[in-house]
Design a protein around this ligand. Structure first.
Ligand code: ATP
Ligand code: MG
Length: 571
């Protein structure tokens, strides 16, 4: 997997590090756009934002920030089907969460409907647009193909007067949905299909979430975007590569309308392996309840990543590292996870949590005694201090940390073997108590060495295994949710005929562990709090937690495959 960005690992802007910043610096030097930088992030409110949008957000807001410019948040809401206020709100929340601020520049393309209508009238008056009565299927047939020129519509040469009359009657609702369109009069033989008399307006009786039933004609994306940019004084309209062959049309409209022309520049979309990044594909997962909503922690949405425990800093770091490239590529999700671990390692309080508890009794430890042992909160950040954790005769350890008949390289606890209890003492296994019928191990019986307090022996005696644990009578029960990739294949769209990406879903992407036990200090954790559970990974408190119920999400396990590959020089 090759990341062909030009900026990997860099985050400074002292020298322009990517091709967009290079263009902008040239523009600034030449005084183009009056030396201003004004960008916009233009989501359509028809779904929640995903990590791909984070890239576009970081580029648009980041570039504005770097050059003392501003960035607008503009809702590109010209297609009433599927758009909603819920999506608008979620988008605003996510952009803010990422750490960007559009101040008072919150715009809606739907607020330009009247102006866009006037622009359309202007093009009709200039003889540059006409009302076409072909239906959508005919329109497609007449368009031709990449190798064949299109055929001109029989309605192409209507008089300006007739076009104006029909357009106004379209607006007031005289015609059925879909029976007429307004089209730009460009060139049916243009090699670029987007220039073969593209549709500007269609008739569609669908209630708009902001404009209600005020309109029954809606402008197409291409007839909206550039004009919206122009109205707002956007200087550099940065968008993803799929709009590259729309640029001639973008420029054509602005040119023929004789209005201010922003400059459209395209960059490669973010693609991540094991992930689908398209609202069109994410929506069915939500609607068909394959996941538990847009913010399901397995979703690549920003709300899902947030709930999973991702931090905005990690996502911004990731966006910086992948840089801005001109050609499509696929980024390894291990890089995203690496950025996350880097950040969480600094931030997360360490704690002990036992996922699959096995009782451990210390036979030579006094029955009623409880010791408060000191545990450091974060070795990476001494300012986080330390905490006291209770230690007593009866503890729980992880089931997998004990084996009655261990293989050779097993260094944890087994009969006759000594191991360290983190922050506590050395314990040595003396015997096991089993269920007589099933043979299941119910208890591990140990003795402890009082001279190893803190987990260090005075006589220099070494042990290889260090175990996490909780005190039986102090521990707090918790539910822990473990997540795996949502898709089994690196390319979820790699399917055989008749299948689709949902056939590549991982049936085991969610595992819920109940009956886990965590150290008592975690009882007060609030939704979103981050922890590193020793030896287990990074976790956060899920919003499902209630007064009597603790719920954690595993954000990411500890093992960093990205760093490992980097170190071995394979990348
Ligand atoms: P989707 O395919 O998920 O529906 P979209 O492009 O239709 O995405 P928009 O709401 O139109 O979604 O996107 C807003 C902006 O985000 C656009 O400028 C688009 O270029 C950008 N964007 C969307 N997906 C990505 C991505 N994967 N990588 C980078 N930018 C993206
Ligand atoms: Mg779109």
């Amino acid at each position: 997997m090759n990341d062909n960005s030009q900026t990997e690992g860099q985050s400074t802007t002292e020298t322009p590090t990517d091709f967009i910043r290079q263009i902008i610096e040239i523009d600034l030097a030449n005084g183009t756009h009056e030396g201003k930088v004004h960008t916009r992030f233009p989501p359509e409110p028809n779904g929640y934002l995903h990590i791909g949008h984070a890239k576009a957000i970081c580029i648009n807001f980041g570039i504005a920030e770097d050059y003392n410019g501003v960035c607008n948040l503009r809702f590109d809401d010209t297609n009433p089907t599927g758009e909603s206020l819920e999506y608008v709100e979620s988008i605003k929340k996510d952009v803010r969460w990422l750490g960007f601020d559009w101040e008072d520049r919150e715009f809606y393309a739907s607020d330009y409907f009247e102006q866009l209508f006037r622009y359309a009238v202007k093009l009709i008056e200039k003889g540059k647009a006409y009302i076409c009565d072909l239906d959508s299927e005919q329109t497609r047939e007449y368009r031709g193909t990449l190798t064949e020129a299109g055929i001109e519509s029989p309605y192409r040469n209507r008089s300006i007067e007739e076009n104006l009359d029909l357009f106004h009657r379209m607006r007031v609702g005289e015609f059925e949905d879909g029976c007429r369109t307004l089209r730009a009069k460009i060139d049916m033989a243009a090699p670029n299909l987007n220039l073969r008399d593209p549709v500007m307006y269609r008739i569609l009786r669908t209630t708009h979430y902001r404009k209600g039933d005020q309109w029954c004609i809606y402008p197409m994306y291409d007839f909206t975007h550039g004009q919206s940019d122009s109205i707002e004084g956007v200087t550099h309209s940065l968008c993803s590569l799929e709009f590259e062959n729309h640029r001639p049309l973008y420029d054509w409209y602005l040119d023929k309308l004789e209005i201010y022309s922003p400059q459209q520049i395209e960059f490669a979309r973010l693609n991540l392996n094991y992930t689908v990044l398209s609202k069109r594909k994410l929506l069915p997962l939500v609607e068909n309840q394959i996941v538990n909503g847009w913010d399901d922690p397995r979703m690549p949405t920003l709300s899902g990543l947030r709930r999973r425990g991702y931090t905005p800093e990690a996502i911004r770091d990731f966006c910086n590292r992948i840089g801005i490239a001109k050609s499509d590529n696929i980024v390894d999700i291990a890089l995203l996870e690496h950025c996350l671990r880097q950040d969480l390692n600094q931030k997360s309080t360490r704690a002990m949590a036992v996922m699959n508890p096995l009782k451990l009794v210390i036979e030579n430890y006094p029955e009623e005694q409880v010791e408060e042992l000191e545990a450091i909160n974060n070795p990476e950040d001494p300012s986080q201090g330390s905490r006291a954790i209770p230690f007593s005769r009866e503890l729980y350890i992880e089931q997998e940390d004990f084996m009655e008949n261990p293989p050779k390289k097993y260094f944890r606890l087994s009969p006759g073997r000594e191991a360290r209890l983190m922050h506590a003492y050395y314990v040595k296994c003396q015997s096991v108590v089993k269920d007589e019928e099933t043979g299941e191990i119910l208890e591990v019986r140990c003795t402890y060495d009082p001279d190893t307090k803190g987990g260090w022996s005075q006589d220099g005696r070494k042990v290889k295994g260090t175990l996490h644990w909780v005190s039986a009578s102090h521990a707090v029960p918790a539910e822990i949710r473990l997540y795996d990739r949502l898709f089994l294949k690196e390319d979820p769209d790699d399917v055989t005929e008749g299948q689709d990406y949902t056939d590549n879903l991982n049936p085991d992407s969610l595992q819920i562990l109940t009956g886990c036990l965590v150290e008592p200090g975690l009882a007060t954790g609030k939704a979103g709090d981050h922890y590193q559970f020793l030896r287990q990974g990074y976790f956060c408190v899920d919003p499902d937690r209630t007064v009597g119920r603790l719920v954690f999400n595993r954000t990411v396990p500890l093992r960093d495959t990205w760093a490992k590959v980097q170190r071995s020089g394979k990348r």
